[in-house]
Structures are given as structure tokens and as C-alpha cells.
Design a protein around this ligand. Structure first.
Ligand SMILES: [Zn+2]
Length: 308
């Protein structure tokens, strides 16, 4: 029943974006397989995608199939070394064949990007879904141990409370068992209260409430020396949702709220100099939001590829 994992692993070089004095790195885990888009965003049919030519070639194939990726972002602010989201993880038992028993070089890429696991101080989890918490832990002789032993792991209190209250299906229980509870049990998990105005967790780093995909989903706002950026988490999965903000994900806990959140975020970013960094956007991953018709367009801002 196991399908092969995707063979097209991303380039190991780590692209970076400058946001004021911050250098934001993308740390690649894996390109998601082509069937991901039609499953995740079923309303983004090839016909819809093909009517938005700027999505090609980076964000969709000529046949209108969406490209999606799994990666983290890493940056250092005032000596605090921060990682946003931890991907799918290696060796996890997962129902989704594309996420099952991965064996990627993510940790090596993270280290090569200058963020050796033991050097990470803060891990921000935008929400507690399988593809955002996987590298919270690694397998150590059959035991799932924290990958970042010297870090505080941070998610929103709303997110934690939601899942604590839900009667989870087995697959999700498994995910919490191997990727979330070991962090809590090690005393490394912190919960942030995130009011409507956001919560500042480090100089220039603000958690932004962006509910809908999950109740406690947060985006991460960055501000430094007059420049700014927003890391989406899963309030926007793919640039096609700039053109069509009402295209929702099949795994949104509240799709109506998710669309409202997306519209509000995009309206706030439109025609500004704030860089949008997509947590599942394939390369070039980032860009500026520009008004176009009744929606928006992403004008890509490719990162600078270093040879670190
Ligand atoms: Zn996701």
C-alpha cells in the first residue's frame, strides 16, 4: 500500500531573503507529489488554474497541476535562533503515503544552513497538523525524542486547547503521540496567548492570529529596520488562493472562517512592500501581493541562493 516517496527532492542550497537586518532562510524538506493539490484544494481545478497564467511555470504545470512543497523557515534575531514549523519528519507512520516513512536530508540541510539542531532556541509551530510538527522529534533507538533539545517550542494556546478537546481519530492520535506529546513531556512546550493584535515573541517577531484552517493557526509577522514579511503557515496554501481567496482546503476546520482570514490578510498586504513567505509555496516561495481584478497576484521575489 506504500507508494514511493517523491524522488524530486529540492535543491540543497538554502535560499535566503533579507528583511531589514534579518536573513530568512528556507530549509527544504520535500516537494509534495502532484496529486497533493487536487486533494488539498479541490476547487483549484486545472481549468481554474489555467485561467491564471502567472501561476506557470513556478506554481503549476502547463496542465494546471499545482506544485506544493514542505519546508521550514529559519532566522536569527538578536541572537535568538528561530525555526518556523518542522515539516513532516523522517520515519513517521502516516496514513498519507506521501508523508509516510520519509527519509529526507532535512536535518543536514538545516545544519548546512547554519541551524544545527542543538543551536535552535525557539521553534514556532503555526498549528498542530502532521506536516508542521514532524521534525519536532526524531527516532532515537525506537523512542521519539526532541530534535531541538535546547529549544522552547511554541504554539498558540487556542490551538492546544482545541486539540485537547477533540476526540481524535487514530491517525491523529499517532501524530500527537510521536511528534507533540514528547515535547510536552520533556517540558519544552510553551503556549502563547495570541490576541487580535498579535503577540510579540521576540524583537520584530509577532504571532498573528489567522484562524480557520485550524482554530489556533498563526502566521508569523517579521519586522526589521523598516522592512516586513509574513510567513503564512496554512492560512494560504498556494498562490492560486491569491487569485481566488475563496478556494478553501479540504482540511480546514472552518472553511468560511479560513476564507475570511485569507481575504483580510491579503487585503492588508496588497500593494505593500511586505514580503509573503508561503509555508507550502514551491520555489520561488515568496513574493509581493499585488491587487488584480477581484483578487490578487503574487509577484515572485526569489531568494538569494547561497552555497553554504
Ligand atoms: Zn500544511
Amino acid at each position: 500500500m506504500t507508494q514511493p516517496v517523491p524522488s524530486h527532492t529540492p535543491d540543497s542550497a538554502a535560499p535566503t531573503w533579507t528583511v531589514g537586518d534579518l536573513l530568512v532562510r528556507r530549509v527544504d524538506e520535500v516537494a509534495l507529489p502532484p496529486q497533493t493539490g487536487s486533494w488539498l484544494l479541490p476547487a483549484a481545478t486545472p481549468d481554474i488554474v489555467n485561467r491564471t497564467p502567472w501561476l506557470q511555470p513556478h506554481f503549476a504545470t502547463p496542465d494546471g497541476v499545482l506544485h506544493l512543497a514542505s519546508h521550514s523557515f529559519a532566522f536569527e534575531v538578536n541572537g535568538l535562533r528561530v525555526l518556523v514549523d518542522t515539516g513532516i519528519g523522517n520515519g513517521k507512520t502516516r496514513a498519507n503515503p506521501a508523508w509516510h516513512n520519509l527519509d529526507t536530508a532535512y536535518l543536514q540541510r538545516l545544519t548546512d544552513a547554519g541551524f544545527a539542531p542543538e543551536s535552535v532556541d525557539l521553534v514556532i509551530l503555526t498549528h498542530l497538523h502532521t506536516d508542521h510538527v514532524g521534525w519536532n522529534t526524531r527516532n532515537d533507538g525506537g523512542t521519539w525524542v526532541p530534535t531541538f533539545p535546547n529549544a522552547r517550542y511554541l504554539t498558540s494556546r487556542t490551538e492546544w486547547d482545541y486539540w485537547a478537546d477533540v476526540d481524535m481519530e487514530e491517525a491523529r492520535k499517532q501524530m500527537f503521540h510521536d511528534s507533540v506529546h514528547p515535547i510536552r513531556d520533556a517540558g519544552l512546550l510553551d503556549l502563547a496567548d495570541v490576541p487580535g493584535t498579535g503577540a510579540v515573541v521576540a524583537p520584530g517577531v509577532r504571532l498573528l492570529p489567522t484562524p480557520g484552517h485550524t482554530p489556533g493557526q498563526i502566521a508569523v509577522g517579521l519586522r526589521s529596520a523598516g522592512q516586513s514579511a509574513v510567513i503564512t503557515g496554512d492560512c494560504v496554501h498556494h498562490p492560486v488562493q491569491l487569485r481566488h481567496p475563496d478556494i478553501t482546503s479540504c482540511v480546514d476546520s472552518d472553511a468560511t472562517q479560513a476564507a475570511r482570514t485569507r481575504r483580510e490578510l491579503l487585503a492588508a498586504l496588497a500593494d505593500t512592500e511586505t514580503l509573503l513567505l508561503g509555508s507550502h509555496f514551491p520555489p520561488p516561495t515568496a513574493g509581493l501581493v499585488v491587487s488584480e481584478g477581484r483578487g490578487y497576484r503574487l509577484v515572485p521575489t526569489p531568494g538569494t541562493v547561497t552555497s553554504s
